[in-house]
Design a protein around this ligand. Sequence first.
Ligand SMILES: Cc1ncc(COP(=O)(O)O)c(C=O)c1O
Length: 381
Amino acid sequence: MDWENYFIKQIKDLDPYKQGLQKKDVRKIAKSFRLHKLSSNESPYGPFPSAQLAISAGLSNLSEYCDGGFTKLKDAISKRYNVDKKNISCSNGSVELIYFIAQVSLKKGDEVITCWPSFVTYETVVKLAKAKFTKIPLDINGKFNLKKIAKSISSKTKMIFLCNPNNPSGTVITKKEFEKFYKSVPKDILILIDEAYIEFADPDSTFDSLKYFDNKSNIAILRTFSKMYGLAGLRCGYCFAPEELIKAIDKVRQPFNVNSLAQKAACASIKDTHALNNRIKKFRQEKEYLLFELDNLAVKLAIKYDCLVSELKAGIAPFTFYYYDTQANFIFICLSDFQNVNKKLLEKGVICRLVPGGIRITIGSTVANKAVIKALTEILI
Ligand SMILES: Cc1ncc(COP(=O)(O)O)c(C=O)c1O
């Protein structure tokens, strides 16, 4: 078989998705017995107890196919967010919806715009469709540069990805920024808002996408149960989109793309606002602790390098150290010698994600967050 010429041409250009490091990958190099996996923005708390009960109850029904139309889950999402069921679809992780929407919308010659770095799957689906992928750099604060996106819209532009909060910078788009941008985007361009981390964001820091969404709007919103709800391993995402787009997705998705346990767990999770609110509170405490300690670390670094903290941030000191203003469950720390720092973190059992210019650390449990600060202090000071 001549595999070189067998596949569609785009395959040569694509790389497989690289998952964050797993504990098993690090075991060999870590000198510490205890490992903290902070590389994939997972929840340290697992599924809500109500979701765990729903999963246990669902085990006895696994010989039956699941509900291919996710009726109960759509119903629960519809009630929770007051959106008509005809505007909701569900998927095997929200990443699947990114594939579906690209598959039904994009063709050779179309253009898709986003800011970069952002979630790598956007590039995969656009390349697969032979469309043009225009990547505008994030601004100096790691934020989506909406002005530049608006300026680069052309007659070929078909779709715009907004990742809010953005992965890997954690930054958000404000209400004012979005409103101005939204008015400037022609109504035949789909704005795909990826809100995988929206439950972590302070509602005052960003725009409420659902306020701009209705059946006639050029907006689709992606959400997931993988992050705040701690169900990454079960795979369940959902979207709000105009009915015509939902109908198109229904034509390409597998008949049973969300398994029965995922549907049951997601359904219990979306109803459990009490558990959600508790989790948000806990998360905020952990985030505050980490940011406080990172600021302390910056002061210690400034003393070590005999410079001001502002000079560390501006990159004009012998060492660079700053982090973006995050509204997600991770922090992107930009720092000198980040590859070496990441290696030393691994040796100390702290598994982060290496990103160009720095490291992305998931906000984890109290124990893990303390381990991060201890390890960073030992390495840097
Ligand atoms: C921005 C963003 N969107 C979507 C996803 C996909 O999440 P899932 O497929 O688990 O719902 C991720 C996963 O890390 C992400 O970071």
